[in-house]
Design a protein around this ligand. Sequence first.
Ligand code: IMP
Length: 200
Amino acid sequence: MADRIVFATGNAGKIKEIKGILGDLNMEVVSMKDAGIQTEIEENGSTYEENALIKARAVAAGAEKGDIVMADDSGLEIDYLNKEPGIFSARYLGEETSYRIKNNSLIERLEGVPEEKRTARFVCAIAAVFPDGRECTVRGVIEGRIGHEEKGSGGFGYDPIFYVPELGKTTAELTGEEKNAVSHRGRALQAMKEELLKNG
Ligand code: IMP
């Protein structure tokens, strides 16, 4: 197995979560910044998997020979809105627009829509490029419903409107640890860990 994983993110929270799940594989996990890699990446794929692969390949071009390079792409799919905002989740209403505005826009677009039609999911794809050029992608999903108002102050992004019926809470009302145990990203990371144990 390689001895280092370079993750294509500048987000310190994600690196912490990734270390928490992949940490016991005995491999160092570093961000692309820590690895001294800088690239401008255009996410122009049409699926989460394509976008994750585009990022992972771009970073792999600047990585050291023995590194495994990983990248993720995620988003929120709302069934009633034909799976919007989907791969455009970060760009919905503009990258700089606050999530208070984005969340309230989605609540408004679902006004009058009954509970059973408010189904939604967070999706996360993780791509890996291995030192021998092999590539793989995995996907994690968490199912929920869009709430009628923002609730909770944890998490980020669309968490305050993403209600998980089994937990009776939004993902913004979970602790970081509780969210990682059930989240799309947590599940994708677990699936990637199994890939590494099988084929790494
Ligand atoms: P990224 O691919 O990780 O950059 O995520 C894309 C976008 O999807 C984020 O900017 C958020 O809008 C949304 N998103 C992804 N994961 C989550 C989550 O766990 N909670 C809330 N929003 C999320």
